[in-house]
Design a protein around this ligand. Structure first.
Ligand code: BGC
Length: 500
């Protein structure tokens, strides 16, 4: 009997640990989410205070963008201490409180891990500048032609004449992953957070840690190198060696039943598939959906491609429409109606959906922030800035005193408290969609429809999205819609239907 109990326990654990497969994961950008101590910067106590709100929204997990000790030169993706909380965000005790309450509410917690680079304020880099342990980073006597993702050269010279590599800002030196200290260090970091109870990790720049031997030039291709990221092989991205790192990490994750999702920008679905599997990571972000046009055909192409990729790796795909690096989808698609329609489509797809804080309020991109308030390091180098999607969340009028970025006056009409009891609000639309999403079963079967319309069946439900200019007839019982519908579906609207 004991052997049977053993098998049952293993199966139960595996099923319980597979929660991520169809999860709704809510990304919290801690600096902008909620301000617990009234200093104008969001913090972990702010997140703790909003856990009931997140539970009512119905999310399965939260992913916390970095809250570690950091000069915040890149919003915290420049980590000076991987095992502590920046005082602006709170303390480790606050983190423990947060995770404890999240688990009570059945919300899992994913944290971001940033292994490609540290902050230049990290003790190892300070030592390196003083000439100690320089080989934990990538120092050379001469730079090569590599470019920073944020614009300009990827090398900065130090006073003694050497140059160090930074694929991002000069304040984000790249680790040298050929050094055993770096391997040992990150395994400890994983364990540190796993022991505090985290359920998973989002791996930042998961395709970046290993650089091609000899650091060869990319060559004069007449493009900004970043534009080649998803089409060509670059000597600093997606090198085979990264997989050895994930094979080292996987047993540690398995020991704690934790998952990991990779932020990996690679040149083909087959290359992305290599990150996933029983001995590497559980999931990778699928950014194709996020960059698709609001158009039935583009969505269909991306969905089919993503499902084929998922088949390849035997793990369901992820869907995302907004995050802290891209303009919010209300603005990208040209309005709330389209954004809600795209959201309803996303939440009907098989796999997990990642939401970005504030999208459930229908927030748009803040495009008119004065230049002097913009903090994105890319802004100074390229004029492009990600600050507009990082503006603090409008909980209620005056909820923030002196927020680190100003909120536009137009958001006063769509604060969370105003939307709370309005049945037509975007907040209640998200709540309903997340709740009803659980009823979708099975694979997608595409249905023949007119140009500009996308429709499929999953089990006893049908989904229709109208991206054309004219209304289209619909049949069946409306479970929910992204906007008003009758027996026709207006343009820029999506609907979930049950068979009569
Ligand atoms: C994060 C960005 C960050 C970069 C460097 C990413 O891909 O999502 O916000 O600037 O990594 O860490």
């Amino acid at each position: 009997m004991q052997w049977l109990q053993g098998i049952l326990l293993r199966v139960t654990n595996e099923v319980a640990n597979d929660w991520w497969r169809d999860a709704v994961v809510y990304q919290v950008y801690p600096r902008s989410f909620a301000d617990g101590n009234g200093d104008g910067t969001g913090d972990l106590i702010g997140v703790y205070d909003k856990l009931e709100y997140l539970s009512a929204l119905g999310v399965d997990a939260i992913w916390l963008s970095p809250f570690y000790t950091s000069p915040l030169a890149d919003g915290g993706y420049d980590v000076a201490d991987y095992c502590d909380v920046d005082p602006r965000f709170g303390t480790l005790a606050d983190f423990d409180l947060l995770i404890g309450r999240a688990h009570e509410l059945n919300i899992r917690v994913i944290v971001d891990i940033v292994p490609n680079h540290s902050s230049s304020e990290h003790p190892w880099f300070r030592e390196a500048l003083a000439g100690i342990g320089r080989d934990r980073y990538i120092f050379r006597d001469q730079p090569n032609d590599w470019e920073s993702i944020f614009g300009g050269p990827a090398w900065t010279q130090v006073p003694d004449g050497q140059w160090y590599l930074h694929l991002f800002d000069p304040s984000q030196p790249d680790f040298n992953w050929s050094h055993p200290d770096v391997h040992a260090f990150f395994k400890d970091v994983l364990r540190f957070w796993l022991q505090r109870g985290v359920d998973g990790f989002r791996i930042d720049v998961a395709h970046g840690m290993i650089k091609a031997d000899g650091l060869p030039d990319v060559g004069a291709l007449g493009h900004r190198q970043i534009e080649l990221m998803t089409t060509a092989e670059l000597p600093y991205f997606d090198q085979d060696g990264v997989h050895e790192i994930y094979r080292e990490w996987r047993p540690i994750l398995d020991e704690y039943g934790a998952m990991a999702v990779a932020e990996a920008w690679v040149s083909s679905p087959a290359r992305l598939a290599r990150y996933i599997g029983r001995d590497e990571l559980h999931q990778a972000f699928n950014f194709d959906f996020m960059v698709a046009e609001f158009d039935a055909k583009s969505f269909r192409v991306v969905i089919e491609k993503s499902l084929a990729e998922a088949e390849l790796v035997g793990a369901p795909t992820t869907w995302v429409l907004s995050n802290h690096d891209k303009p919010r989808h209300v603005t990208r698609y040209g309005g709330l109606a389209r954004a809600r329609a795209a959201t309803l489509l996303m939440l009907s797809l098989p796999g997990s959906a990642y939401l970005y804080n504030g999208e459930e309020l229908g927030l748009d991109e803040v495009t008119d922030l004065p230049p002097e308030l913009r903090e994105d390091p890319a802004f100074l180098r390229t004029g492009e800035s990600r600050d507009g999607c990082r503006v603090p969340i409008p909980w209620a009028e005056g909820a923030w005193t002196n927020p680190w970025l100003p909120m536009p006056a137009r958001w006063d009409a769509i604060t969370a408290d105003k939307q709370e009891h309005d049945p037509g609000s975007t907040l209640n639309f998200y709540r309903q969609a997340i709740r009803l999403r659980r009823g979708f079963r099975g694979d997608i079967q595409w249905l023949d429809v007119a140009d500009g319309v996308l429709s499929f069946r999953r089990g006893d439900r049908r989904v229709v999205l109208n991206t054309s200019q004219s209304p289209v007839p619909i049949e069946g019982t409306v479970l929910m819609a992204s906007g008003p519908v009758t027996d026709t579906l207006p343009p820029d609207t999506a609907v979930w239907l049950a068979d009569r």
